[in-house]
Design a protein around this ligand. Structure first.
Ligand code: IMP
Length: 187
């Protein structure tokens, strides 16, 4: 089933979604997040780590909004199956391919739900002795969080709804929606 990207509400496979956070609002928030990051005391060689798949659009926009040069690397982690957390992390292509030791790391995540993905990644990265690790997430569902992690910058705090768009998917669909949409019903 192909969703119409222009309609008010969107159907992806067996689920219905309604508009939640619009493109303009996201753009404004990404700009202000980049400005906030620019005030941080980062060393000369910061490394952005984008958590695939969901953060690829956010990471691209955030990186282009940053006024300083920054390297980026990608890591593929998965804890979700459909609309639910699996409660375990699957690491695909987990080789970063760049040095981490002594560098200021900015983890760029699309959404923090239970916090398991971030908890796991932070622990793995700490083994490689970075100078610092900061977590930047576009979305946070605080009511769902179970794992003790510190989020340094949050774009939007949202209720525990399932959302898609701007890189986030349902069964691989909806990533190219320009705004964020939330689940309203099932078919
Ligand atoms: P956590 O490990 O439970 O914090 O889940 C984080 C990951 O689950 C994110 O990187 C997303 O891939 C996925 N996820 C969590 N909530 C949603 C959602 O509402 N829509 C789409 N993906 C989600």
């Amino acid at each position: 089933m192909v969703a119409a990207l222009t309609s008010e509400s969107v159907r992806l496979a067996d689920l219905q979604f309604e508009p939640f956070i619009g493109e303009e609002e996201i753009r404004g928030r990404v700009t202000s997040m980049a400005a906030a990051i620019n005030t941080w005391d980062l060393g000369p060689d910061p490394l952005m780590i984008s958590v695939l798949n969901g953060s690829f659009i956010f990471a691209a926009d955030l990186m282009r909004a940053l006024p300083f040069t920054c390297e980026i690397a990608f890591i593929q982690l998965q804890s979700y199956d459909g609309t639910r957390s699996k409660g375990e992390i699957v690491m695909e292509g987990a080789r970063l391919g760049v040095p981490v030791k002594g560098r200021d790391i900015l983890i760029v995540e699309d959404i923090v739900d239970s916090g398991l993905t971030m908890y796991y990644l932070i622990r793995e990265l700490q083994k490689r002795r970075p100078s610092s690790i900061r977590v930047v997430t576009l979305l946070h569902k605080p009511e769902m969080q179970e794992f003790p992690i510190t989020l340094d910058l949050v774009g939007f705090t949202i209720p525990p709804d399932f959302v898609v768009g701007y890189g986030l998917d349902y069964r691989g669909l909806g990533r190219n929606l320009r705004g964020l949409y939330r689940k309203t019903g099932e078919f």
